[in-house]
Design a protein around this ligand. Structure first.
Ligand code: GCV
Length: 735
């Protein structure tokens, strides 16, 4: 054994001893807490709610945390808040909080709605007015005792405040003198699940459904309840549980009773259950001979159906609707508009406080690819902009972030600026359909930040997408963010431990889109892997690099993810985009590449943006390199702002991307002994697999572009990287 091996072995031994002794310490000190899921093998099931025991030095910071918890009021959400607090404090600090009632008899953590807090301490007021779901954390004297108040206007807000306090403790933040108000940026913060009733999940990569199996709601809904807890911890307040390609039978009367069981396990976490509905349901279920939204019988059908749902699920959130899209039936069957379709459902929901999210993902997938003026990107705006103002107040148009379909890089959808008298929500995709399907690392928060921060310059004013979707610019009654999550029954929810940063990040951005990617990933890493600075630094950096890295070997210069769009959306397959009606064209031929979407010579798509943005994209001089091929068709020899030709950029970025993934392996290996063995090995294997996949992509795309362009790489290169596609049976065969 050489010296360094010996030192390494010794270090590992010491680290194991430390971990062993802290386990013993944990067992001795924390009693029941040590048997908690957080102390068990790290499968990732607890995600960012591990509440791992703090080391004694860190725990000392919380010596003065009150030992009593007082809950003002009684509801299932408040009970969750109390239990969460007791569990978190026990696991992290090894202290058992005592439960009090009435008024504090010792220093206490006081949980309750502001009105109830005022009954105890009339003079106490937050520094700013609390809106729905916002909370106030404050250190204050109450009836002679030092108290930590967690107050809100709703029970749900109190629960959010408890999660915030526990997150601070887990990240060793100071909680000794708090006076902070946190308010959600947008009212509606939902996740969508694309679960089918047979238990499969469309574009799900984390195992089968936690809700359905064999055409029924699962008997055991433990995971569904745990999911709601995770969602609540990041401020998500609604969840649709079934695929937007909806099976009409979800609305069968007998099925609603089953679904109400899922609502029951969501309710204690303040998560409203919602459903995807098929617009043709009145006819498809055999009740009527039509689903024409303007037929009074159809309106009556929806009203009765919705009333029946609310009888069983009083806090039902509403519906998401996909219509006239990818073969789904829609209002066009009766020459009606999308507003007619949305409103017939919205009106049924209105008396109960429900909402309908109507998806703008409407396009013709039989477009004539030979017509260079055809452009799928134009579809959402063309369909919905003329209807601005025609949607009811509780209808929301749900718009995918980009005009195509969750590609690795797209400009923002111009429709965000095209609706001023209509509620909007942005749809982001947490499940990594086109971005590595959780087998490859791609932290999407930086991409989402770019979209949310993008300034549409409506009437030459600052009008960022985040403010538009929250309804802040045009003073809309509601709006928000929807994330397609698709968690499954795998222990770690999304099929990969590092991918959970995307779910966490979605929730944090929906709550506060002004948070930076760096802040979000640091929070997530500390909560998920602990506070070891090396671990935090390394994982945060790997995550922050991962989107540009993935883009560099899969989707250059805005051409779209050059994947097999007709099959698994995962392997390289640039030829599959062309010569079909799906409209994910990159128009690569022997002379050049890219879609001409200019007003001057192309499809005219750019004309859908407000003037300042049009100007930015229309001109080659100002169009950013990363979106060049989305907006322009150029010869391979076209010189980018970077000084490289397009073709050379494609070669270089693919080689660099593959090298950077290879380098991730070494970066990850620095964490051996700093991360629990189970997750260390799992993630290492994933990086090794990804390094192989990056080589597969590099070689496929470089060969393709060479054969198309006939222009050789100026640096003829070979690589010593070898594809490693055998990991965990994840070959290059897609889902
Ligand atoms: C649920 C893309 C996906 C489909 C998805 C669709 C949508 O086309 O590949 O699986 O369908 O988007 O968002 O409706």
């Amino acid at each position: 054994m050489c010296d360094s091996e010996f030192r390494h072995g010794l270090l590992r031994l010491v680290s194991l001893m430390i971990r062993f002794s802290s386990v013993l310490l944990g067992l001795a000190l924390f009693g029941a807490a040590a048997a908690s899921p957080g102390a068990a093998a790290e499968t990732g099931a607890e995600a960012w709610l591990r509440y791992a025991p703090l080391d004694p030095k860190a725990a000392n910071n919380y010596e003065r945390l009150p030992g009593q918890v007082l809950v003002l009021g009684n509801s299932s959400v408040l009970r969750s808040a109390q239990q969460e607090l007791v569990q978190g404090v026990a696991q992290m600090l090894g202290r058992s909080l005592t439960l009090g009632t009435g008024s504090p008899t010792a220093d206490a953590i006081v949980l309750g709605k502001l009105a109830d807090v005022h009954a105890l301490a009339p003079g106490l007021n937050p520094p700013e007015e609390l809106t729905a779901d916002g909370y106030w954390l404050a250190s204050s004297r109450v009836r002679g005792h030092d108290c930590l108040l967690i107050a809100a206007t709703t029970d749900r807000g109190v629960l959010y405040g408890v999660f915030a306090l526990l997150s601070k403790i887990a990240r060793i933040d100071d909680v000794s003198a708090l006076d902070e108000v946190r308010q959600p940026y947008a009212l509606l913060r939902w996740v969508n699940q694309w679960d089918n009733l047979d238990g499969t999940i469309e574009r799900g990569y984390g195992g089968p459904s936690i809700f359905f199996a064999g055409g029924r709601v699962r008997e055991d809904l433990t995971r569904a309840g745990q999911y709601a807890r995770l969602l609540a911890s990041i401020g998500i307040n609604g969840c649709t549980i079934n695929n937007v390609n909806a099976d009409p039978h979800i609305l069968d009367d007998t099925f609603i009773a089953q679904i109400s069981r899922i609502a029951d396990v969501f309710r204690p976490w303040g998560v409203r259950l919602a459903l995807s509905a098929d617009l043709s349901s009145p006819k498809a279920l055999g009740d009527l001979d039509t689903f024409d939204p303007l037929d009074p019988r159809v309106a009556e059908w929806w009203r009765k159906k919705v009333d029946a749902i609310y009888r069983q699920i009083p806090d039902f959130g509403g519906f998401v609707v996909k219509a006239d899209s990818e073969g789904r039936l829609g209002p066009s069957a009766y020459s009606r508009t999308h507003a007619d379709a949305a409103n017939v459902i919205a009106r049924a929901l209105k008396p109960h406080g429900g909402v309908v999210f109507y998806r703008a993902f409407v396009y013709n997938h039989h477009l004539d690819w030979r017509n260079l003026k055809n452009d799928r990107a134009k579809a959402a705006y063309e369909n919905f902009h003329p209807l601005d103002g025609a949607f009811d107040e509780n209808a929301i148009v749900q718009i995918k972030n980009g005009p195509i379909d969750f590609q690795v890089r797209e400009p923002v959808s111009p429709l965000f600026a095209g609706l001023r008298r209509t509620n909007e929500a942005i749809e982001l995709q947490i499940t990594q359909e086109y971005t590595g399907q959780q087998r490859q690392l791609c932290f999407l928060v930086p991409m989402w930040k770019e979209v949310l921060d993008f300034d549409m310059r409506i009437e030459n004013n600052a009008t960022p997408v985040k403010a538009l979707v929250a309804g802040r610019i045009f003073h809309r009654p509601t709006g928000g963010l929807a994330g397609v999550a698709n968690v499954g029954a795998d222990a770690n929810w999304l099929g990969s431990p590092l991918a959970m940063a995307n779910l966490y990040g979605f929730g944090r951005l929906a709550w506060d889109p002004t948070l930076s990617s760096e802040t979000i990933i640091e929070e997530w890493t500390r909560l998920t892997f602990g506070n070891d600075p090396l671990v935090v630094r390394t994982i945060a950096a790997l995550q922050l690099d991962s989107w540009p890295v993935y883009e560099s070997y899969t989707g250059p210069l805005g051409a779209g993810t050059l994947t097999n769009i007709l099959g698994n959306h995962y392997d390289p397959g640039p030829e599959s985009s062309e010569e079909n009606g799906w409209g994910q064209w990159h128009r690569a031929d022997h002379d050049g590449i890219g879609m001409d979407r200019t007003v001057a010579t192309g499809t005219g798509f750019i004309g859908q943006y407000p003037p300042e943005v049009q100007k930015l994209y229309e001109s080659l001089a100002s169009c950013p390199d990363e979106l060049l091929l989305f907006f322009h068709h150029v010869p391979y020899t076209y010189v980018l702002h970077s000084g490289k030709t397009v073709v050379q950029h494609i070669y270089d970025s693919h080689y660099e991307g593959a090298e950077r993934v290879q380098a991730s392996i070494a970066r990850w290996k620095t964490l051996e002994g700093h991360v629990d063995e189970q997750r260390y090995r799992d993630i290492l294997a994933r990086f090794e697999y990804q390094a192989g996949q990056a080589v597969v992509w590099r070689d496929a795309i470089c060969n393709w572009i060479y054969h198309l362009s006939g222009i050789a790489d100026v640096r003829p290169r070979t690589s010593d990287l070898r594809p490693q596609t055998s990991y965990l049976g994840l070959s290059d065969v897609g889902p």
